[in-house]
Design a protein around this ligand. Structure first.
Ligand code: OTU
Length: 650
């Protein structure tokens, strides 16, 4: 019955399409629209079905998809077809990513193009260029406060520069990832300006309120994202004489997805960047898309429906394009951003694995893997056609996003343990050589997150100052150990620019008033290309890190068991400093890799007797795939040196 309604609506919509659309060659568009229309229609109905203008909105939605399909360049349409055939293409182990700021890395987009050989030299073939859309000069939140979603910020170049870069990447068989900031706009965006001038239609693009009554009720259950810089979730706007919801900074106005016009505008923007050659779109802050009074306003069912609808619509116009969910939420919630099932409720193919990231840092601080082993097991199994972005550092702060229950289960007090981590990484704990900064301190809850570059957090900055070669060794080993995990765990590893050469904290942001209050800038450095040049000089620190990571990447790409096909088994071993898992390949027998990481600063041994019972170490020799070294198994144990790892072929 419902299917019939949906079918006849589709007919009406197609008949009513404007001639300039109808007269185009739309073969694949129609096929895909037919295949996805039922889902699109039911989602759109569930979100906006009670509106009198529902049918008009639906028509507008289809027209938006059709127009962008018409504009989609032929070569991208070809890629779409190829990816539809090989629809698991992104699960392959051959993808290795890097996230970078266009200006920090190479001044501008043309600069990035001229530096692509650096990425290729390391083995990176997926590049996430941090937000490049036009932003106000001062209040930009590093590009996440967008003033114009369809223009490149003049600091970075032009749309043509981006198209050139995209074409160049394609020739190199590299993937391009771009951001779409779907949750909010800058208060200088045209929509916000019109709202400020009193335009009711645009005021309805945001969540605006005449007095504090409703905002106060919302506040009862909403946490604060930036409690220091932007306390509360609402900002008074004098021009409108209204309060506006601003979950992040006060100049980032949250969009109102209860308004279908907002959904359609944002979808159009998604398809616009897909048509400019993005292979992958990172959808920012997706947990926040739907606000419901009485809730934390995160992870609401409707936020998932919006993402499903975005995916289904994208599937019609540019099916080769993937979404990354940027949702820094609990493991049981994050898993939902892949969708409930791959056929009817698909959302984002890729999601940030913030839990793994946080757990790796916890293991680094405690030198033990109790919580890492426990916390990883708390992440529910994901869908098959979905994968993680595994990272050690990114442009944001590190939050302690694992569950209290897991902390308790491994014998710690959640509050004390989180406080210990903050103390440890800010260098305020006996024996810590970390040089991080507390970020987002919340006086009410006592919470804090951490800013700082990988190298500074791991102790390299301290070691260099002390000129302590042993401590330098230790820091380098830890950097490599962390990379060895993200490169083997299953998913797309996302290396942060500067990390492969041990870039330290950068205090330059303190001299810039638009950045000085946000210490995340301490780890958003200007790439030092003189330092990068040392990567080819044996004996330098840069060489020791870069060449090892490069080797790991090359090895990873050769091992099908490292593809992400839910082919990982976490192993219980009775040494609390070790993190051990196996990766296997369903299609090739005897292709199995055993990954062992030792997070302790002392050598640790692994008892081979139980391992043999589980089917590992069946021979007298074992080979480490990374170094090519073989080890005789004479004793019933194998020793893993301090802060080291093995990728054993077993
Ligand atoms: C994202 O961040 C971006 O990565 C940040 O750089 C932006 O400031 C923010 O959105 C606003 O656009 O929304 O889903 O520091 O982890 O703000 C999580 C906390 C987010 C970040 C959080 C995050």
């Amino acid at each position: 019955m419902y299917e019939q309604v949906s079918h006849s609506l589709l007919n009406d919509i197609l008949i009513a399409l404007k001639p300039e659309i109808k007269n185009q060659k739309l073969q694949h568009f129609y096929t895909r629209l037919g295949a996805n229309f039922y889902a699109i229609h039911s989602l759109f109905t569930s979100l906006y079905g009670d509106r009198p203008d529902f049918k008009k909105q639906m028509q507008h939605l289809v027209e938006t998809m059709a127009r962008q399909f018409i504009k989609r360049p032929a070569h991208l349409k070809k890629t779409d077809l190829a990816r539809e055939k090989d629809h698991d293409w992104f699960l392959s182990q051959k993808w290795v990513g890097m996230a970078l700021y266009c200006d920090g890395f190479a001044d501008n987009l043309q600069g990035v193009k001229s530096r692509l050989h650096y990425l290729q030299n390391l083995g990176v073939n997926l590049v996430h260029i941090m937000p490049i859309c036009d932003c106000p000069e001062d209040q930009s939140d590093g590009g996440y406060a967008v003033r114009d979603f369809r223009n490149i910020d003049s600091r970075f170049g032009t749309l043509k520069d981006l198209d050139d870069l995209a074409a160049n990447l394609r020739k190199r068989e590299m993937l391009l990832t771009l951001d779409v900031v779907v949750n909010h706009t800058s208060d200088e965006h045209e929509w916000a300006q019109k709202a400020r001038q009193g335009d009711k239609a645009y005021q309805n693009y945001y969540l605006t309120f005449d007095d504090r009554q409703t905002p106060d009720m919302f506040e009862e259950s909403m946490p604060e994202v930036f409690p220091e810089n932007s306390p509360g979730n609402f900002t008074w706007n004098e021009d409108m004489g209204k309060w506006v919801m601003t979950v992040f900074n006060s100049y980032q106005w949250d969009l109102n997805y209860r308004n279908p016009a907002v959904f359609i505008e944002m979808l159009d923007i998604i398809l616009f960047w897909a048509n400019h050659g993005a292979d992958i779109l990172r959808l920012d802050a997706v947990a926040f898309l739907w606000k419901k009074m009485g809730s934390s306003c995160q992870n609401e069912r409707e936020a998932h429906q919006i993402l499903q609808l975005m995916k289904d619509c994208c599937q019609v116009t540019s099916p080769g394009v993937l979404f990354i969910a940027e949702a820094i939420v609990a493991p049981t919630e994050i898993i939902k951003y892949f969708g409930e099932d791959a056929i009817n409720a698909k959302e984002c193919e890729i999601a940030y694995n913030a839990t793994l990231m946080a757990l790796l840092w916890e293991a680094t601080a405690t030198k033990s893997t109790g919580l890492l082993n426990k916390g990883i097991r708390s992440i529910p199994e994901k869908l098959e056609r979905a994968t993680w972005l595994n990272y050690v550092r990114c442009h944001d702060d590190i939050g302690w996003g694992f569950s209290d229950a897991d902390i308790i289960a491994v014998g710690n007090d959640p509050q004390l343990h989180r406080r210990f981590l903050v103390d440890y990484f800010t260098g305020n704990f006996e024996g810590s050589s970390a040089r991080g900064l507390a970020f987002g301190k919340n006086e009410k809850t006592g919470d804090a997150r951490i800013s700082g570059s990988l190298a500074s957090l791991i102790g390299l900055e301290y070691a260099l100052e002390k000129n302590d070669s042993e401590a330098i060794d230790t820091a380098i080993k830890a950097i490599l150990l962390l990379h060895s995990i993200i490169l083997s765990f299953g998913g797309i590893p996302l290396i942060y620019y500067g990390d492969a050469i041990g870039t330290l904290n950068d205090d330059a942001y303190l001299n810039d008033t638009s950045k000085s209050k946000d210490n995340r800038w301490v780890h958003r450095p200007k790439m030092n290309w003189d330092k990068a040049a040392k990567r080819t000089q044996p004996g330098t620190l840069e060489y020791r890190m870069f060449s090892e990571i490069k080797k790991m990447i090359a090895v990873r790409k050769e091992i099908p068991a490292f593809a992400d096909r839910n082919n990982r088994e976490l192993l219980n071993v009775d040494n609390t400093h070790l993190f051990v898992f196996s990766r296997f390949d369903h299609s090739i027998t005897h292709s199995r890799v055993l990954v062992i990481g030792n997070f302790d600063t002392n050598p640790q041994s692994l008892d081979l007797v139980p391992m043999r019972r589980m089917g590992f170490f069946q021979y007298d020799l074992v080979k480490d795939l990374c170094t090519g070294e073989t080890f005789p198994l004479i004793n019933e144990e194998i020793v893993i040196p301090a802060l080291s790892f093995y990728w054993f072929q077993t």
